[in-house]
Design a protein around this ligand. Structure first.
Ligand code: PEP
Ligand code: MN
Length: 263
């Protein structure tokens, strides 16, 4: 179902009135994790003003260590929905377990499947059965074929609205957090009709490289970006080192415009 052989035309669908998979670039932005009302509201208003159409933010955080901040749970979802409504945009947030899908779907416009859960087949089936678009992140050690098979689980459970997200993979290189696989963009665009977005924040892990990689992703044909933005990255509870400050995000949005127009 994910294959271009099955369906030739690009899959295009609306996220809160903005088309993804069509001619326009879609930007989703926000903090790694929802931390408190002030943080999420301030970020939502700033990224919306700069041109983002969707707010991102995690309430259920799949952290490497059990002692790291795990997210605010349902309280976080409520704050996210409040900020989303104030800013007038869509909201993307991660769901980490099948039994959470109904709850998260009450607050979110797009359900995110994190890299660590790309092959959590029970979860893929559960979001397939929901009626929300799904942003599926590539597993950090998965091949493109495995990535597309993960999408296939969602599609085969009757949910056609899947967005693929390249977020960097593990390589021998350790200077950056992950190695963003730029190749995956044209490869996926040729193999599948699904929209492809890039996460330059997790792809690099370092704020100073996010802008360059964002531009490369758009130039390579990505349909959009999902970028971490935090009003004060120094005190962020997760992923501060890779989060842009609102003014840096605004600057990047301006720099992306001519590239988006050229592709
Ligand atoms: C995130 O989006 O904050 C996240 C945890 O991403 P990933 O699943 O790609 O690591
Ligand atoms: Mn993060």
């Amino acid at each position: 179902l994910a294959s271009r052989d099955f369906k030739k035309e690009n899959t295009v669908f609306s996220i809160d009135g903005s088309q993804i998979g069509g001619n326009k670039i879609i930007i989703m932005a926000g903090p790694c994790a929802i931390e408190n009302r002030e943080q999420i509201v301030e970020t939502a208003l700033a990224v919306k003003k700069a041109g983002a159409v969707a707010l991102r933010g995690g309430a259920f955080k799949p952290r490497t260590s059990p002692y790291s901040f795990q997210g605010l749970g349902e309280e976080g979802l409520k704050l996210m929905a409040e900020a989303r409504d104030m800013a007038g945009m869509a909201a993307v947030t991660e769901v980490t377990a099948p039994e959470q899908v109904a709850l998260v779907a009450q607050y979110a416009d797009v359900l995110q499947i994190g890299a660590r859960n790309m092959q959590n087949f029970a979860l893929l089936n559960a979001v397939g059965e929901s009626h929300k678009p799904v942003l599926l992140k590539r597993g950090m050690s998965s091949t493109i074929e495995e990535f597309l098979n993960a999408a296939e689980y969602i599609l085969s459970h009757n949910n056609p609205r899947v967005i693929l997200c390249e977020r960097g993979i593990r390589t021998f290189e350790t200077y950056t957090r992950n190695t963003l696989d730029i190749n995956a963009i044209p490869v996926l665009k040729s193999l599948t009709h699904l929209p492809v977005v890039v996460d330059p924040s997790h792809g690099t892990g370092k704020r100073e490289y996010v802008a360059a990689v964002s531009k490369a992703a758009i130039a390579a044909g990505a349909d959009g970006l999902i970028i971490e933005v935090h009003p004060d990255p120094e005190v962020a509870l997760s992923d501060g080192a890779q989060s842009l400050r609102p003014h840096e995000f605004e600057e990047l949005m301006k720099e992306l415009k001519p590239i988006a127009e050229a592709v």
